[in-house]
Design a protein. Structure first.
Lengths: 225, 416
């Protein structure tokens, strides 16, 4: 009987895979919390376990990224620019990459955080997770955006979600300043190399929210066409 | 005329086979968008298709049938040997049917319209000579093939843009949809019936004046809109849908609208494609009946009824399976998109039927879908496949022509 050449005109929608990728990224970043708690507790078995989980999730996200890229042939006609879409995908993926970097550095060096930093450090991790979740929620509206044609009330809704994301991001900036400020007076009592890397981790964790902000930007670019 | 009964029987069988094939295969593409979006079930689609394909064939199928019968080949040239015309029409039916069988087995995009037009040109060219083909009319038909997807695309772009502007982008899209969906229903009912009525019901003994036609069309449009409004009122916002703007529920409103456009599609398809099966029958019937080639004889209504019935039988036998297969592949099209594409395609096709222009339903629908895509309405369209479908007649027409030449010689060898 007839094969369905007719249905072949519909390419695979990139929305779902894009959202699933972001969901995986969120899973990956969420793991950062138990990881950070294990680091602060000095429980190195647990640290390694958590780190392994994060690596697995990051790999899975990577695989999804590759898969989506392969299914976006240039013959596909989409309401958004292909480049903008790939840009968004890359922005999402970089969050998982950075998460992996952070855990690599901390577990590799068996990093010991000075006690005054514990509370703001955990707060920073939580805010980074919040930022990622907010970015995920924004990307979650893509289906609705495609439905409305990227304008009107739905676009405004996404706009406001991105504004909220920006607020979380500026929150993390504040916490980052606080962390540095608390580390500074402790500097001379700690091994200099350790201090150097603690500064680096503070910076990298701050990057997470920046990268989420990048997802928001990419989403806005997608809308702006 | 010798063998008159034999000729009539053969054409009727071939023609019915063709109509059966149209019902079994072609209707699926016309109905698939409504199935894919889950606006209607397969059972409903079969019912709608049976009623409206038949209605379209009988009420509005005359003009295209007459084009197929005598618009492509200069039938007066067959006056000396009318059996040649009969052989030719038989050959065309066989060739087109055979080509469709081969192509659909291989999953190639083919159109019955392209096959039959190519086949008729083919037999005329070898039966009498290249000059017997009315090339200017053929050129107009080919132009129609190029234009129909373009026109449908522009119309669907405009329809879907209006949906975006007046409904989807609104603060309260649900309320806007509730208000405006009946208006689109009116538009669908009015346009299709206006075009059909103006084309005329003379052949079923109901001549209407222009004024009467328009009045009746408005009445039909209003009736459909009223009925739609009744069903729409019963759709309430789903409290479980947590999404702020309730697009899920809005699509259900468009689903009601898509029932109407699905009917329009079936009607349009019937009105245009029945000719591919019964055009040749009509040619043979008038030749046999008059003993000579009937240039001007009135088309018999029973031929259209036969074609419509053949389509319905095709639907009943294989339609279900094909519709289910094609429909399951088109889930990407939500009702708001599906209705825009269907309304645009149906209108374009019905206008084609009105002016006796044989067009491809599938190509027109693909053009309309592309139009919705251009309005940023579809997540992903594979342009390679679209190109393949839109350019398929480059292959189908010569294939139909060659096969028909072959069949013509064969039939002449056997019967002559």
């Amino acid at each position: 009987m007839a094969k369905t050449y007719f249905s072949g005109i519909f390419g695979r929608s990139p929305i779902k895979p894009l959202q699933e990728h972001m969901a995986k990224v969120v899973d990956c970043v969420r793991e950062l919390k138990p990881f950070a708690e294990a680091i602060l507790a000095g429980d190195w078995d647990s640290v390694n376990e958590r780190r392994a989980a994060i690596i697995t999730l990051e790999h899975e996200a990577d695989a999804m990224k590759r898969e989506l890229r392969l299914h976006l042939p240039s013959s596909l006609f989409m309401p958004v620019a292909r480049a903008d879409l790939l840009n968004l995908l890359q922005a999402q993926d970089s969050i998982a990459n950075r998460t992996k970097d952070i855990t690599g550095l901390m577990s590799g060096r068996r990093m010991v955080m000075p006690a005054p930093l514990h509370e703001p450090f955990l707060r920073q991790v939580q805010r980074s997770i919040d930022a990622t979740e907010q970015a995920y929620r924004s990307v979650g509206e893509l289906g609705e955006l495609f439905e409305t044609g990227f304008r009107g009330a739905e676009a405004d809704l996404v706009e406001s979600m991105i504004v909220e994301l920006d607020e979380i991001e500026s929150d993390t900036d504040t916490i980052q300043v606080e962390l540095r400020k608390k580390l500074f007076p402790l500097e001379q009592d700690l091994p200099p190399v350790d201090v150097m890397f603690i500064y680096m981790v503070i910076e990298w964790i701050g990057d997470l929210a920046d990268l989420c902000h990048g997802v928001g930007n990419a989403l806005q670019l997608l809308l702006a066409r | 005329m010798d063998h008159a009964v034999l000729y009539l029987t053969l054409t009727a069988i071939f023609g019915l086979f063709m109509a059966w094939g149209i019902g079994a295969n072609d209707v699926a593409n016309a109905m698939a968008t409504s199935i894919g979006s889950k606006a209607i079930t397969i059972r409903q689609a079969l019912l709608i298709a049976a009623i409206f394909e038949f209605g379209g064939a009988v009420l509005a199928g005359g003009a295209v049938t007459s084009t197929i019968r005598k618009g492509i080949v200069d039938v007066s040239l067959f006056a000396n040997d009318p059996t040649l015309l009969i052989y030719g029409m038989l050959a065309s039916l066989l060739a087109a049917g055979l080509w469709l069988l081969i192509a659909s087995r291989c999953g190639w995009p083919v159109s019955t319209t392209h096959s039959i037009v190519g086949a008729i040109v083919g037999f005329a060219a070898v039966g009498i000579g290249v000059d017997s083909v009315k090339w200017p009319s053929v050129a107009v038909i080919v132009l129609g093939w190029v234009l129909s997807p373009v026109v449908a695309g522009v119309v669907s772009y405009l329809i879907f843009s209006s949906v975006q502007k007046f409904i989807l982008e609104r603060r309260d899209p649900f309320a806007a949809a509730r208000r405006l969906v009946p208006a689109y229903m009116f538009l669908a009912g009015f346009t299709i019936s206006a075009v059909t009525l103006i084309e005329g019901f003379a052949h079923i003994g109901l001549p209407l004046t222009m004024m009467q036609s328009y009045t009746l069309a408005v009445a039909i449009g209003l009736a459909i809109a009223g009925l739609g409004a009744f069903f729409i009122r019963r759709i309430k916002i789903d409290p479980d849908s947590s999404r702020e703007l309730h697009f899920g529920t809005i699509e259900r409103l468009f689903g009601v609208l898509q029932v109407v456009t699905a009917c329009s599609m079936a009607f349009a398809h019937g009105s245009n494609d029945v000719a591919n099966a019964v055009g040749p029958i009509a040619a043979v019937v008038s030749t046999v009946a008059n003993g000579v080639v009937g240039q001007s004889s009135q088309m018999s209504l029973w031929v259209l009824i036969l074609g419509g019935a053949g389509i319905v039988v095709g639907l009943a036998t294989f339609g279900r399976k094909v519709i289910a297969t094609v429909g399951s592949g088109i889930t990407a099209l939500t009702p708001s998109r599906g209705f825009s594409a269907e309304l645009a395609a149906a209108t374009t096709i019905v206008v084609g039927s009105g002016i006796g222009m044989p067009v491809s339903t599938t190509q027109t629908l693909v053009g309309a879908i592309l139009g919705v895509g251009l309005a940023r309405g579809i997540a992903a369209i594979d342009l390679r496949v679209v190109r393949g479908i839109l350019l398929s007649w480059f292959v189908t027409v010569p294939a139909g022509a060659l096969l028909s030449m072959l069949m013509f010689y064969l039939i002449r060898l056997i019967l002559g």
